[in-house]
Design a protein around this ligand. Structure first.
Ligand SMILES: [Zn+2]
Ligand SMILES: [Zn+2]
Length: 243
């Protein structure tokens, strides 16, 4: 399976880029994980939007869902032009009725997942873990039967996340703050906590994402490295992992 970073900024996108959005692919199946601001534009550098097979959302904060509306319009236009006659499935949690109901549109269908669900989506199994965040939010673990990827979504550090991430081949961790800052207050993690999470969970590789708009972001890697000896990288548009 292949993971490509489409957008990696927290809160809002820098010029010409996007907030949280990731493309997961295997055997021609294309799944978008989160659909933040700028995602629809940046995604088209990599795939044809009407070729998407599914979308999975971690939560309903704008930096993860802002482009769902225009994604729905793109499917409406493409259907009107008879370039596709499919409906796009968008998976989101059902704990926020307003957020969930917005996933269903003329050519998109919202499907609710629960925290203890295992979903078969294309060639993947998805499992979910509630995170510690100001609104309901779910970390996502993806398996293809051989490799395992864990995406923390937005969360402060907690032991549940350590258990949920155990032995993953790739951990994609939100990293909103630098070491020494109070990330937990905002429901996020520091670089050092990302490193601690990766080390405690014994993952093979760590990708830092959902990055802050301040400071020298290379310091995030240096700070995480104090805690975790494995490979650590900083997300950028087009970063890929193939397992
Ligand atoms: Zn966020
Ligand atoms: Zn959030």
């Amino acid at each position: 399976m292949k993971w490509t970073v489409i957008g990696y900024w927290g809160a809002y996108p820098e010029k010409g880029e996007a907030t949280s959005a990731y493309l997961l692919e295997q055997d021609g199946f294309q799944c978008l994980i989160d659909c933040g601001s700028g995602a629809l534009s940046r995604l088209q550098r990599f795939v044809d939007v009407k070729g998407l097979d599914a979308v999975v959302l971690s939560h309903y904060h704008q930096d993860h869902i802002a482009d769902i509306g225009v994604l729905q319009y793109s499917w409406l236009v493409q259907n009107s032009l008879h370039r596709t006659n499919d409906k796009l499935t968008i998976y989101g949690h059902g704990e926020d009725e307003t957020g969930f109901s917005a996933l269903t549109h003329q050519f998109t269908e919202g499907i609710a997942y629960q925290y203890d669900d295992t979903l078969e989506i294309g060639p993947f199994q998805f499992t979910f873990q509630r995170t510690t965040h100001p609104v309901p939010c779910f970390a996502i673990r993806i398996s293809n039967g051989k490799q395992e990827i864990v995406y923390t979504a937005d969360s402060s550090f907690d032991q549940k996340l350590v258990r949920f991430s155990s032995d993953a081949d790739l951990l994609i961790s939100e990293c909103s703050f630098y070491h020494g800052q109070d990330a937990a207050k905002a429901g996020h993690m520091t670089s050092a906590q990302c490193g601690r999470l990766a080390a405690s969970a014994n993952v093979k590789q760590l990708l830092l994402t959902h990055l802050p708009h301040f400071g020298d972001r290379q310091d995030l890697v240096t700070e995480a490295r104090q805690q975790f000896e494995g490979s650590i990288q900083l997300a950028y548009e087009g970063w890929t992992w193939q397992g």
